[in-house]
Design a protein around this ligand. Sequence first.
Ligand code: ACM
Ligand code: ZN
Length: 529
Amino acid sequence: MNKRLLSFLLSALCLSVCAEVNYQVIPLPQQISFDKKGGYMLLTEGMTVGYPAGNQQMKRNAEFAAEYLGLSVTEGKKGADVSLTLGLKSSNPDDYAISIGKKGITIQGASESGVFYGIQTLRKSIMNETGEIRLPYAWVCGSPRFEYRGTMLDCARHFFPVSFIKKFIDILALHGINRFHWHLTEDQGWRFEVKSMPELAEKASVRPCTIIGRNIGLSDPDNAIYDDTPETGYYTQEEMRDIVAYAAERYITIIPEIDLPGHMIAALSVYPELGCTGGPYKVWGRWGVADDVLCAGNPKTLEFLKTVYGELCDVFPSKLIHIGGDESPRVRWKACPKCQAKKQELNLSNEAQLQTYINKEMEAFLAERGRQLIGWDETLEGGLSENAAVMSWRGYEGGKAAAKQHHQVVMTPTDNCYIDYYQLKNHDRQPLAIGGYLPLSKVYAMEPVPSDLTKEEAKYIMGAQCNLWTEYVVSPDHAEYMLLPRLAAMSEVQWLQPEAKNYEQFLERLTKLEQSYRRLGYKYCTVHE
Ligand code: ACM
Ligand code: ZN
């Protein structure tokens, strides 16, 4: 048989058993250029991953690459038998460049995180392939549009075990997301162990009963029907440190949130003296916004907060620390002699400024520890503290106002980012949700930088984030169903320049990512609207 015929037959045979990779993953790489002369390498067992000697993060990266691609690891930059070489170059920290050629595969990153994203891209490229895997010679590179690429999970309304938190972090890593905003306290449960105040974990974490269905609009929620199964659980500091380390290996920073001065009824249930009326208070079994908040005029309030945040900073190394600040009614403050005395003492003109007074105290406390305060957009109302960052959730306006004042902003408007909303029009086809309608296409359509900001102001938009509140999200499976595939859409909002986005093409690429979800055992919504 002549050589050309043999080669043709071998190629034909390979078409049936070989998988040729196209590198079209989510988030889409910025550039995919195939070698004009063609050619490919086969990914085979026995190949090794090399990394720069002595770099522990690159060693971990090499281990991830070996695990994902079925290879083994060898220390040292290069060698005849090394097929995948990891290295560093300089530019934006999260940039990556993969080159596949005759000499093997090289993944370079501007930092270790960039290499990690390159590995993820290669992993997603081949994950669902079977048989012999052909990697066409190519140059594939990626560069995220935003430095802050977040997702929030509320573990207070419902408690999620450590095993799920790690799975959640794996899901974020798969999507190139690098911030996990961890909502740890609520009216309905306190989940952060404070060693010097053990009652918070022991008692404030216990919700004896939970309203069945929605209470919004009920005239008398006290007389609604409650499920008497207690909702309990908290994270020990050891568990949280372990989770922080697990996330850090995957280049994810955890931003913890202890919501203040509202959403504090669970804490008030064990420290009623911190409320304006003195209580008694019970961990809330219903949803919504409570009038009872921390008393702004009681000096013990700041003492309490500083103890909690002191321990929070010990556990979480993140520069940004979230102080909440949302949905804190001021009716109690208006009627409270202590709050009114504080308002007079500070010569404040309204109660919103009382909230700013607390925020400024907390900002100074955090700054002493090298941290920066971030809060929901209500923190703008009484004036922002000096270096506060703002998370804009009630639309884009708060974020715009903050950017104009030269404060950093994370955009997470309800309309595009609240993935506790229904994802399908037909509610009968989905589990009970808080309401709303946020289909996949609407997440994808999000533009985090409002067009009426100047170029200078636009620089303050650090990025975007999806939020998963869990009043009605009762299990890990349910959380995954709400997250996926909307997180895939958010990932392209976070990574791609606007002109590179294309929803139809995204849906094509999503088919492959959803195959990966199935392979990894992730639940997801299979219908896309
Ligand atoms: C929020 O959704 N209350 C920030
Ligand atoms: Zn008060």
